[in-house]
Design a protein around this ligand. Sequence first.
Ligand code: PEP
Ligand code: MN
Length: 262
Amino acid sequence: AVNRIVHPENTTVRVGNVSIGEGYFTVIAGPCSVESTEQILEIAKSVQLSGATIMRGGVFKPRTSPYAFQGLQEEGLKMLLAAKKATGLPIITEIMNQTQIPLLEEVDIIQIGARNMQNFDLLKEVGKCRKPILLKRGLANTIEELLMSAEYIMSEGNEQVILCERGIRTFETMTRNTLDLSAIPLLKQKSHLPVIVDPSHAAGIRSLVAPLAKAAMAVGADGLMIEAHNDPSRALCDGAQSLDLKQFEELMVDLKRRALFE
Ligand code: PEP
Ligand code: MN
């Protein structure tokens, strides 16, 4: 069960040599979408040098418009796996439906996106998998609903769930979403699961990513998921919120300095 009263010890999720939870601060980075082998390799190598320990890259993309770039699908997955092989970094990618589960055999963490947070059949299916699941908070879902969705996964036997606050819809229009900073300590008080923050989708604006990342660290998040791109102005998806590789490196230097200061 997700509830801390029933299960007081913190859960640590392990992927290869990487731990999420247990006092570690784990940074996942990479592009919104895999676009080419060269693109994902360049980004993977660079974010790894900067200190990211898990690489992200979308291949099945949940786009608002059916005419927008939908991701490179299975071809993209091959590119992502090639980058995993080249760097040794564990990888995370989003699943859109249960038919994709067998394709994700070599993927280390399966991401349930905000739009699928209450796709209960999908939650039950990934609950039968024996690999970690990153569960993102829905665009208009409460903390209690997020915890109940985690419960769906865990009730099928998969206890390796990471929660992700990625901003919610509010009346504010200057940001893509509103990062709910209270959710981080609340989720950690109510559950034993690791909690990470995605400041990129919360902000929608590159210049807010670093300040929100530092805020997430300050309120006790177990890590971050950040969109980084080798050429954000040409990104096929979410370029406006993507850090370039130098900006990502600078953010990591800043975060490490803060972590040491504690
Ligand atoms: C993503 O992480 O690529 C994504 C689509 O995010 P979200 O589901 O939070 O909108
Ligand atoms: Mn994105």
